[in-house]
Design a protein around this ligand. Structure first.
Ligand code: F6R
Length: 264
């Protein structure tokens, strides 16, 4: 795993957005894996700006979101489809018919999960997957104890996740306890993975992800198995890591290497 430690959430969003911009410039028909939640919102704003400034185009892009609440259709303001339209798709030149979010209103959710996996395969697989991380180490809605090779499926949310996400629902509003989520195995199949984490409430999860054992107790620790995963952290999210100096040193060496390769 590549660990990048930056000062604050602004720098994290900028760094993450640049990875996506470079990906789209190198491969305009990229298949993007996308996430919802608070963390990626400013990255999406930067992608919107880059698109409106003509730096990148999404015309040939396909996208697959990590997860959706089971029981909410896409017109529900708390659904992840609605979030993606509002935060990104409505403001860029993407063909919305090529944006996929697991169907929260599926009549047959089990069949819908299989179909989602097949749609990803038919698209040629995910080139780059964006992730946030839950306080409990979840990625997508793969809660602790999720199988490390799991595929897209229905998952029950933990009380911790329900409580964390209650902030998006108004008082008395129905909040689903089930989701459809890409599995950890589905995420690991992405060619590149970019996980963003900001704030000290993510510090324990990041510690377990980077320096803990590979374990279903911390689903994000499965990224230790990935060949091309980058974790972009602010200082608060990195604050419990023991080896920060080493990770910073690696980054300096990486930059030197990139600069010398660029010159040659
Ligand atoms: C969202 C998702 C979740 C979030 C995680 C962090 O699609 O899959 O794993 O990334 O819950 O959420 P925030 O960014 O709101 O802290």
């Amino acid at each position: 795993m590549q660990i990048v430690i930056l000062k604050n959430s602004v720098e994290v969003a900028e760094y993450g957005a640049n990875i996506f911009i470079e990906q789209l410039q190198a491969k305009p028909d990229s298949v993007l894996g996308l996430a919802t939640g608070s963390t990626p919102m400013s990255l999406y704003r930067q992608l919107i700006n880059a698109n409106q400034a003509g730096e990148v185009s999404f015309v040939k892009v396909k996208s697959f979101n990590l997860d959706e609440y089971l029981g909410l259709d896409g017109s529900h303001p708390q659904s992840y489809r609605y979030f993606m339209n509002e935060q990104l798709f409505d403001h860029i030149d993407i063909d919305k018919s090529q944006t996929f979010v697991p169907p929260g209103d599926a009549q047959d959710p089990i069949e819908a999960c299989e179909r989602y996996e097949n749609q990803i395969i038919e698209a040629g697989g995910i080139d780059i997957q964006l992730l946030g991380i839950g306080r409990n180490g979840h990625i997508g809605f793969n809660e602790p104890s999720s199988g490390l090779m799991s595929r897209t499926r229905v998952k029950t949310l933990t009380k911790a996740t329900i409580d964390d996400n209650a902030r998006f629902f108004s008082e008395g509003e129905y909040q689903p306890h089930l989701s459809i989520t890409m599995g950890i195995g589905t995420i690991l199949d992405a060619k590149k993975v970019v996980l963003l984490a900001t704030g000290d409430n993510k510090a324990d999860a990041i510690k377990a992800t980077v320096e803990g054992a590979l374990s279903a107790s911390c689903p994000a620790s499965a990224l230790q198995l990935h060949r091309n995963a980058v974790l972009v952290l602010d200082e608060a999210a990195a604050s419990k890591l023991s080896d920060c100096d080493f990770y910073r040193h690696i980054e300096v060496e990486n930059q030197k290497l990139r600069a010398s390769l660029a010159k040659s």
